[in-house]
Design a protein around this ligand. Sequence first.
Ligand SMILES: [Zn+2]
Ligand SMILES: [Zn+2]
Length: 455
Amino acid sequence: MNREEKKKPVKKPEKLSRRDLEELMNMKAPTYNRWWWSDKKKVRNPNEPIWSIMVNESFCLWRYRQAVSMKVLYQESGKMYYKGEYTNLKIDPYELCPCGSDKKFKFCCYQKARKVRDEGFTPKNYNESRMNHEMLKVWESTDFKFCFGFDETECDGQIKSAHSIQNNRILNKISHDNHVYSMVGKISNESPIASFKKISKNKASTFFGFCDTHDTELFKPIELKAYNNEPEQNFLFAFRAHAIEYHKKLRKLNNFRKIFKINPSALIRNDSVYAYRVCELDIEDCKKDYEKFKLDYIKKDYSRLRTFYRRLDYEVNFAASSSFCVQNDLEENEMNKIYDSLEGYMPSIYLNVYPENGGTNIVISYHLEDEEKYSNYFDQLETLTNEQLTNYLNFLIIEYTENVFFNPGWIENLTESEKNSILDSFQSSIFVMKRIDLINAKNYYKFDLFNNDTF
Ligand SMILES: [Zn+2]
Ligand SMILES: [Zn+2]
């Protein structure tokens, strides 16, 4: 298969219209945008704790709403402009303090926030590796145990670190010496960077989301028997993909609480309040999605998902499981305005791609309540040939997912340019500058996750 010939289902950068240009010239760049999306020299001190939010937002936590409301526009010369929409947001004095204290903001951190702002917050001057270490420490401290099983009266046993991708059959298949590769984020002094990290198979895709009983009982139909496109199996695959993302979004909220404690002035800063609001909305979305699963489960009605299933006759060298909200359909019509991040409810789709019994299963679902949003998109998916489909998923998986794990031999056998293309494309989905560099370097999505070289 000639990889060069494959069409990339990636939206072409828009040209800058006269009106856009005028708008841009009149636009005052919002601080957040200047800070995060600026060229390297202008980046603020990355030691600020808010970086930890961003890094987690970008890499540890996949988002379906963009943290920054922004659109990239192109001029013919290739010169780039940002068009940001930014709302001045505030924490209401009488809402619960975002630090998590259960007190009203006015009577909790508000005065502290003003004091720190007026006196200036002095970030610690850590070197790069210390900085990453500190951020990881904060992130790890956000972890919590909660059983997402629907009936808590059935909960029994400890809440274990549960796999969101089946361990024995699937992860075993792509692992080597009990290890797989994952994609992780680090920050350097200048920008966030993505890299591959070899991790133990036992840690891949895990989260503290189910008690012993639920982890064992609930998922039996997909743990103990091969996938057969049964409604109950589709339901469970979708639900498990949802649960890990929901858990991560809640961790993100914890992360905010910690950061607001480290630097209370972040509570009265546009950028951090904005990011906090996006996080709140993310959680609201997850809650709504969860309720749909719960209702169906109680009624034992597994027919409320529409599932797209395709089987490839060869095994791929990766496994992915995730839920996310897709922005555009295959004809580039916008289904969800993820760049207008303070918009209303944004439902997710649920995606699982993994090798099994000599083939690869591609299982993608949405809930029928979201028929209006996604039915056309799924109709489009149905019309794709296998080649078109894998080509599209190549983009979709890296653009939207981080819960993806690779066969170590497969990664190690890629050319440097392919490796960089995966990492940079992943990074570019949240870091616009990178996207432009990649497109200019002609290395944007120049890899094929579905190449089935064996190891
Ligand atoms: Zn507080
Ligand atoms: Zn339970």
